[in-house]
Design a protein around this ligand. Structure first.
Ligand code: FAD
Length: 518
């Protein structure tokens, strides 16, 4: 008889049990372990704990007699309970910690990773070639490519994935003749509208499994066994394969066409805009990225969605998501401790507790409330409102990473590390991005409707109404002046800093805020 196969809680789709491409035998009994210590280790968002447990228990219900579902304190303890049955197989886990754990167990055979388009070997081949080609040549490959190849930039990787997997290709040319349509996808929100004209996203309804999960979480919380942040509420993200497929089809049919233009825009009353809300089911393994991009391409080929929207969506999934996954492994364990800017401030309590009501700045208070209530916001609030606040105020990047990991429904070690340490906090000193992502209030004003009702003014650098993003931006440039003056992508901003007549007053304004919420 085949060995039992252990399914982690983020390996829930059918592809993780598919015997093809190195998967387990299709008669293999399945083991799932719900380890309480995972919840105890960190103060997760309540909605995230709910989603993961609900998804695991739904999967167990589907697998019926084939699965042994074990509730244990730790994975180790759970495994002891099934040890009698001998060796196990498991698909390559998604975190270093879990990988080390399975590597350290005798008789556990690790099968290839699933749930990504690009295998570890193929990535290594690309990275090796990119690094070799990049040495000393000055050939740029578009936005984000920096001085040349060899930097493992997204754009080169993305094009390689498109070619290799024949995604949106016409022969050996990109569909429509251009690789990158980002330029069409940075529109501010439509003026005078507080929501986008687009059909709302698909949302699930809860069932008795959710009820049981809610009951358990209430009890553990009451007994002081675990503590959560964020509010409980109806489950908002798919917990089963069927729900995930419905959400994907609904997105492609009704929302994909408008995905592109307002991808970076923010509206207080419409946090989702045209975003897909598929990160949680993708990261739970309920959807495979291949089916997402294939369905999107079909919509383009059928004339149902324009290229800029489809290319934008394919870029997110076949580009960014794959790139981040591979960088996580490529950068190694020490990446988690990188702190190139030497930021050491602790996260303030109002941020840790998601206390949106304590915050005056309308952008930050709105976004923090979205996180508190749903465990999700789209990429620009994460990068330019939350992450930018942390960067400007010099918060410890490892603590910021931990915060994102705990508070977001789609947060996992692999996806958080590059996105927060690299992309958002520039703590890797530029291995992932060519410059730190932060801005003054002017960017937020242009891309959102947050500023009109705000007590601060994006143009004010000093005084009572000084926007904390504007003062924070200049204070950040000032603090890292030497480093940023030497970077060709930020040198001009530093020149702007030199022209400020009120810099000293501005720095006082920024310092005066101290620990009070902005
Ligand atoms: P859409 O805008 O509809 O994009 C489609 C899909 O592309 C997403 O579902 C996601 O699977 C993928 N994607 C796009 N960008 C990225 C990226 N940078 N990394 C990984 N996948 C990407 N994404 C996570 O899945 N988990 C995280 O913990 C996470 N943390 C982030 C932290 C910061 C500071 C930043 C700037 C980004 C983070 N992202 C993370 C990426 C991105 O913000 C989310 O994937 C996206 O907002 C999820 O919403 P959506 O499904 O509607 O995305």
């Amino acid at each position: 008889a085949p060995h039992p196969h252990w399914l982690f809680g983020d390996q829930l789709g059918p592809h993780f049990l598919d015997p093809r491409h190195g998967g387990p035998d299709d008669r293999a009994p399945v083991v799932m372990i719900e380890a309480r210590s995972v919840l105890r280790r960190r103060r997760f968002h309540r909605a995230k704990a709910h989603l993961v447990l609900s998804a695991m228990r739904h999967r167990a219900a589907e697998l019926g007699d084939r699965v042994t579902y074990i509730r244990a304190e730790t994975y180790g303890e759970g495994l002891e309970k099934v040890r009698g049955s001998g060796p196990l197989t498991v698909c390559h886990p998604t975190s270093r910690r879990a990988l080390e754990f399975v590597r350290g167990r005798e008789g556990v055979q690790i099968l290839p990773a699933k749930g990504f388009l690009v295998s570890h070997d193929d990535f290594a081949e690309w990275a090796g070639k990119d690094e070799a080609e990049g040495k000393g040549q000055g050939k740029g490959q578009g936005r984000g490519q920096g001085k040349g190849g060899g930097n493992l930039r997204l754009e080169g990787f993305y094009r390689w994935v498109r070619e290799r997997h024949e995604l949106l290709m016409d022969g050996d040319r990109p569909a429509g003749g251009r690789w990158n349509l980002d330029h069409d996808n940075r529109e501010p929100p439509p003026r005078g509208q507080d929501t986008l004209d687009v059909r709302g996203p698909w949302r699930p309804s809860e069932d008795e499994i959710d009820e049981e999960v809610r009951h358990d979480l209430d009890r553990w919380e009451r007994d002081g066994e675990v503590a959560f942040v964020g509010r409980d509420g109806p489950r908002l993200f798919p917990a089963t394969r069927r729900e995930a497929r419905t959400a994907l089809r609904h997105f492609v049919a009704h929302r994909l066409a408008g995905f592109g233009p307002h991808e970076d825009a923010m509206l207080a009353a419409d946090p989702v805009l045209s975003h897909s809300l598929l990160s949680a089911p993708l990261n739970l393994g309920l959807l495979d990225p291949a089916e997402c991009v294939e369905l999107a391409e079909e919509a383009y080929r059928a004339g149902d969605a324009p290229l800029n929207s489809v290319e934008g969506f394919v870029r997110q999934i076949a580009g960014w998501r794959e790139y981040v996954w591979h960088l996580y492994w490529h950068f190694g364990e020490e990446y988690r401790h990188r702190n190139a800017l030497r930021h050491t401030a602790q996260l303030p309590d109002w941020f840790l507790d998601l206390d949106a009501d304590a915050v005056t700045a309308h952008c930050l208070s709105t976004v923090l409330a979205q996180v508190r209530d749903t465990g999700w916001t789209h990429h620009i609030p994460r990068l330019m409102v939350l992450g930018s606040r942390a960067l400007q105020d010099g918060w410890d990047p490892a603590a910021v990473t931990d915060w994102f990991h705990r508070c977001f429904v789609d947060g996992y070690d692999w996806v958080m590390l590059p996105n927060v340490v690299g992309m958002s906090q520039y703590a890797d000193g530029g291995r992932m991005t060519t410059k730190p992502y932060t801005s003054g209030g002017a960017y937020i004003h242009r891309m959102s409707d947050f500023c009109a009702p705000c007590a601060y003014r994006p143009t004010d650098r000093t005084g009572e109404q000084a926007c904390p993003y504007t003062t924070g931006y200049w204070a950040f440039l000032h603090r890292h002046r030497t480093r940023l003056a030497a970077n060709h992508r930020t040198a001009r901003a530093v020149k702007g800093l030199d022209r400020l007549k009120d810099l000293r007053e501005l720095l006082e304004t920024a310092a005066d805020r101290g620990d009070t919420p902005p």
